[in-house]
Design a protein around this ligand. Structure first.
Ligand SMILES: [Zn+2]
Length: 383
């Protein structure tokens, strides 16, 4: 390092495991022993690191090992869904410590939902370790820097709402809000794939269809935060279905959970929920299988376009529908390999979500931790 490493930079070395002892820090940064001691004692004093007595012995007195203190604070997080909201308290490693799910209709609006959310966090926290930041995933396009929801997919009453200042009245810390699929993509990437690849496309197939893009290791948001809105790309031969966005044959209008239920009802099947559809698939109902497989092909058509554009190393299919239907996932696979360029698919993997429904909570916590534990933020807070 050409200039003196700061306390925040020393924390990054310990967090990443690059430096385990004071001697390591000196070697990596070139800092003098007193300078290392000063930064380490500041981090110890702030509870960001702890000392472990037993280090790897090299003969004589074993060196004291330094470890990032995941228990040094907590991050309240929530992943808002159309009808169900997951709420949790995470530690500074992003692991879920406490969790509860609430059946709230988000259409009740921010005036009802946000206070309920904050009450639930307070109950879970019960006066625990310091809150270092708050993270939320919402089913809407989010102007990330401001935390403002735009063109909400399912929550019209939230359009234009700037969430962070409302939360900060009760939790006066950094509050970050992002699109629900973006935070799921971040969680899935960091926990499952970060050690092996940097480019991932996550497609959530549920009541609605959305995608999150990890490119070069970071979330791709686009100019206004609308990147990954794959649901409103039209398919060929969709039959002229009018989408709620006003266009025809968007993949969301022909292949989402909502569309599958509508098409089966039109064919005389009595299906209320996706669980009813699952039952028909299991029973081998040919017409239901055909509808589900066709939905998979339409999804594959749109995803193959995204694969050509983005060249991800892995496409991860998540959401309750991807989890339920092997025929749908097979349809998606088949069309992606047919339609995408050879180069883009040479080593492409197509996987089902590993983390499942909890990915959004972990993703929310990591989004916050990347900010509040960055070298700049740590130095500014210590200043
Ligand atoms: Zn549309």
């Amino acid at each position: 390092m050409s200039r003196l490493a700061t306390t925040g930079e020393v924390l990054q070395l310990i967090r990443s495991g690059e430096a385990l002892t004071r001697a390591d820090i000196g070697r990596v940064t070139g800092l003098s022993r007193p300078a290392v001691a000063l930064r380490v004692s500041e981090l110890l004093g702030r509870g960001l690191i702890v000392e472990d007595a037993e280090g790897p012995s090299t003969g004589g007195r074993p060196p004291v090992r330094l470890r990032f203190n995941a228990a040094g604070g907590v991050v309240p997080v929530a992943s808002l869904g159309a009808s169900r909201t997951q709420i949790a308290i995470c530690d500074l490693a992003g692991d879920v410590l406490l969790r509860t799910d609430l059946d709230i209709d988000v259409e009740e609006g921010p005036d009802v939902v946000l206070p309920l959310l904050m009450d639930t966090w307070e109950k879970l926290l019960d006066g625990q370790a310091p809150v270092v930041g708050v993270g939320l995933g919402v089913p809407a396009t989010v102007e990330f820097a401001a935390g403002r929801t735009e063109s909400a997919r399912v929550m019209a009453s939230w359009t234009g709402v700037v969430i962070p200042p409302i939360i900060a009245e009760r939790f006066p810390v950094r509050v970050l809000v992002d699109n629900d699929v973006n935070v799921i993509a971040m969680g899935e990437h960091r926990v499952v794939y970060a050690s092996e690849l940097d480019d991932l496309l996550f497609v959530k197939i549920s009541t609605r269809i959305g995608a999150g893009v990890i490119s070069g290791g970071s979330i791709l948001r686009g100019a206004l935060g609308a990147a990954g809105e794959i649901g409103h790309i039209p398919v060929r031969d969709g039959g002229g279905v009018l989408c709620r966005c006003g266009n025809l044959d968007c993949v969301d209008s022909v292949a989402s959970g909502t569309a599958i239920l509508r098409d089966l009802r039109a064919k005389g099947r009595e299906v209320l929920t996706m669980a009813d559809v699952t039952a028909l698939v299991r029973a081998g109902d040919a017409e239901t299988m055909a509808v589900v497989r066709q939905a998979g092909r339409w999804l594959g058509e749109v995803i193959s376009g995204a694969v050509n554009l983005l060249n991800p190393a892995v496409v991860v299919l998540g959401g309750d529908i991807a989890e339920m239907f092997q025929p749908l996932v097979s349809g998606v696979r088949e069309v992606i390999y047919q339609r995408s360029t050879q180069l883009a698919t040479r080593s492409l993997r197509i996987e089902r979500s590993t983390l499942g429904p909890g990915a959004g909570l972990t993703g929310c916590a990591l989004m916050v931790l990347d900010h509040v534990l960055s070298a700049d933020a740590v130095d500014a807070a210590g200043g």
